[in-house]
Design a protein around this ligand. Structure first.
Ligand code: PCA
Length: 327
């Protein structure tokens, strides 16, 4: 009697030990860099994604977000995922346009200027993006647009001529080209550095969303927001395929499900941001201006020129994308 009790006790201790070992051995933490600060809606969306994964896997996979470029600088994030330094990360999709112009489709001026068109564009772009990333051992999980991009300046802008010579903030090669073509002078500045770049006079104007403008307290350094709705560029969350394959099948499944939910939620958040953050700009004294026909004509002319160049650079894949988008 005594003996069998002891055996039972030993068996229990053993089983608990095995269970604890199994759960701790399986628990994995993924570091996830993003270039954008905590208060950005994209960062809030990926935080929710991390929480969803944690919950669905009972803590087996934890995702730790490193915001505002604190773990890797923005231009390094994609290669850090590719090289396996981190298993997952978020970055601005069109930064990859130097590899293939297809990655930059969403930053082409006036190609897709509202959410319905941005959705169509993503549907056309996604299979090609997935194929290109797959060739590098990467897999896209989800992609979310920024609100339509508008023009922030220190004075009213009534035509393209008014932009001549202005020191302009750029965030990718496409915007740099656009800025050059309108006669302004571009400088690359990451989001966390915007206030300082204006304060020190490195830049005097920018094109970005109401989100980034409001979060940067644009009213401290500009007076006018011209709502040109020029394009809706996207962030993308990408995973290293080797790291993904190491996860148990049910954990992989949880990641994919949380990613699908994050994409839907992110698009809704983005739409809400557009009105909410434009209102914040206005509340803080920024003039919200509907662009003049002359300004829009001039900007669209530049956009058309750029699209011709983009089509040349994007070749057969670009043609496939545009065909699918325009169908
Ligand atoms: N904010 C980011 C990307 C586009 C946007 O709206 C930025 O300004 O860099």
């Amino acid at each position: 009697m005594k003996r069998s009790r002891l055996k039972l006790l030993l068996a229990c201790v053993c089983l608990t030990g095995i269970f604890l070992f199994a759960t701790t051995a399986l628990a994995v933490t993924w570091d996830m860099p993003t270039p954008y600060p905590d208060k950005t809606f994209h960062t809030q969306n990926i935080s929710q994604f991390a929480q969803d994964v944690d919950k669905a896997t009972n803590g087996e996979l934890k995702i730790k977000i490193h915001s505002a470029g604190s773990l890797f600088k923005h231009p390094e994030i994609k290669n850090a995922i590719r090289g396996g330094q981190v298993p997952i990360g978020e970055f601005f999709l069109s930064l990859l346009s130097n590899e293939n112009a297809v990655f930059g489709a969403d930053s082409q001026p006036f190609l897709a200027t509202n959410y319905a068109d941005a959705e169509k564009l993503w549907a056309a772009q996604k299979p090609i993006v997935a194929k290109l990333l797959d060739g590098q051992g990467l897999m896209p999980l989800f992609s979310v647009p920024w609100p339509p991009q508008g023009l922030y300046t220190k004075k009213a802008i009534n035509s393209v001529d008014d932009l001549k010579g202005i020191k302009f903030r750029a965030y990718n090669a496409t915007l740099e080209k656009f800025t050059n073509l309108v006669g302004a002078a571009p400088t690359q500045v990451e989001v966390p550095d915007i206030p300082q770049a204006f304060a020190t006079g490195r830049v005097e104007a920018m094109i970005t969303s109401p989100s980034t403008g409001a979060n940067s307290k644009a009213w401290d350094f500009i007076t006018t927001y011209t709502d040109i709705q020029a394009w809706l560029p996207k962030n993308i969350v990408v995973v290293n395929k080797k790291a993904f394959r190491k996860l148990a099948p049910q954990v992989q499944d949880a990641v994919l499900k949380a990613a699908a939910a994050a994409e839907l939620r992110g698009w809704d958040m983005s739409k809400e941001e557009t009105t909410a953050k434009t209102a914040i700009l206005a509340d803080n004294g920024v003039q919200i201006v509907t662009p003049s026909a002359a300004l829009m004509d001039g900007l669209k002319k530049v956009g058309n020129e750029m699209l011709v160049d983009w089509e040349k650079a994007a070749g057969a894949e670009g043609a496939e994308l545009l065909k699918a988008y325009r169908q």
